[in-house]
Write a protein that binds this ligand. Structure first.
Ligand SMILES: C[S@@+](CC[C@H](N)C(=O)[O-])C[C@H]1O[C@@H](n2cnc3c(N)ncnc32)[C@H](O)[C@@H]1O
Length: 265
């Protein structure tokens, strides 16, 4: 009886340990996604047009042969996560073939919807590093500084202002998300809510993806974007497509308009 109890106890301890390991190693899923995007795996799977074997994939990606098994591990993990899919030809023995799922179709770099820039921004070290400050943040009395402030010595938008590379990464991420929302969720009839308005301002509208879509759908409407100067300043004149860009602080002034939009995600 005692032996059975001990065995049960050991089984539970091992299950709990496995759950903890799973939790602790969860970041590998995120970093595998980042790695897949950086290697261009979604694009290769897309352009191949049919299931691709590991050796074909390694060749397309110019992965050194000794690292092909590691690429196999990466693919297995991403298949397990449901990001990619795989199958073997009937009869067995043949190499596994990998292909895109509807989720990873969204990672393919193409005109229109592609959320790879968003994933790369979220998984950038500038955003990941502050997570290491969470414990310290909870212990400090000061309420104001965020874990981001503590890690980088400045706020998020001060960082985008200070670093052109991070500003670009962030703005492209936002634009990719806005494109998805405008092209999919807000498609067609949703613009009806704006019918009759003569002017619209998208507050904190980033580089103007949403405002440009409205300007295109409703040509008679005056479309404006208000965002921080270092964000609107990155949009070239020829890319403005009839939208007015205003650099400023939304807490100080919002240009008057019939409709005011505020989309944060
Ligand atoms: C989460 S992004 C959203 C961007 C865009 N609306 C979208 O949904 O794709 C937040 C935006 O707010 C802008 N922002 C932050 N503080 C601001 C301020 N005080 N005044 C104006 N814009 C600001 C940022 O530059 C950034 O473009």
């Amino acid at each position: 009886m005692e032996l059975i109890q001990e065995q049960q106890q050991a089984k539970h301890t091992l299950q709990n340990k496995a759950q903890l390991w799973n939790h602790a190693l969860n970041f590998i899923r995120s970093m595998s996604l980042k790695c897949a995007i950086e290697l261009g795996i979604p694009d290769v799977l897309h352009s191949h047009g049919k299931p691709i074997t590991l050796s074909e994939l390694a060749t397309f990606l110019s992965i050194p042969p000794p690292k092909t098994p590691a690429l196999g591990s990466l693919m297995r993990l991403l298949v397990h996560s449901g990001l990619f899919a795989s199958h073997r030809h009937q009869g067995g023995g043949e190499e596994e073939g990998y292909f895109l799922t509807p989720t990873s179709e969204l990672l393919v770099i193409k005109e229109g919807v592609c959320i790879s820039p968003f994933a790369l921004m979220i998984l950038n070290w500038t955003l990941l590093a502050p997570a290491h400050k969470l414990g310290e943040w909870f212990r400090t009395e000061a309420v104001g500084p965020t874990p981001f402030d503590m890690m980088h010595g400045k706020g998020f938008f001060e960082e985008t202002n200070a670093r052109a590379d991070f500003n670009e990464l962030f703005n492209k991420a936002m634009a990719s998300d806005a494109r998805l929302v405008t092209e999919v969720a807000l498609l067609r009839r949703q613009w009806e809510v704006l019918r009759g308005v003569r002017s619209v301002v998208d507050v904190a509208g980033g580089t103007g993806t949403l405002a440009k879509a409205i300007a295109k759908a409703l040509p008679g409407v005056r479309c404006m974007v208000l965002d921080l100067p270092h964000v609107v300043g990155t949009v070239d004149e020829e890319d403005r497509e009839g939208v007015e860009y205003i650099g400023g602080d939304m807490f100080e002034h919002i240009p008057p308009a019939d409709a005011v939009l505020l989309k944060v995600g």
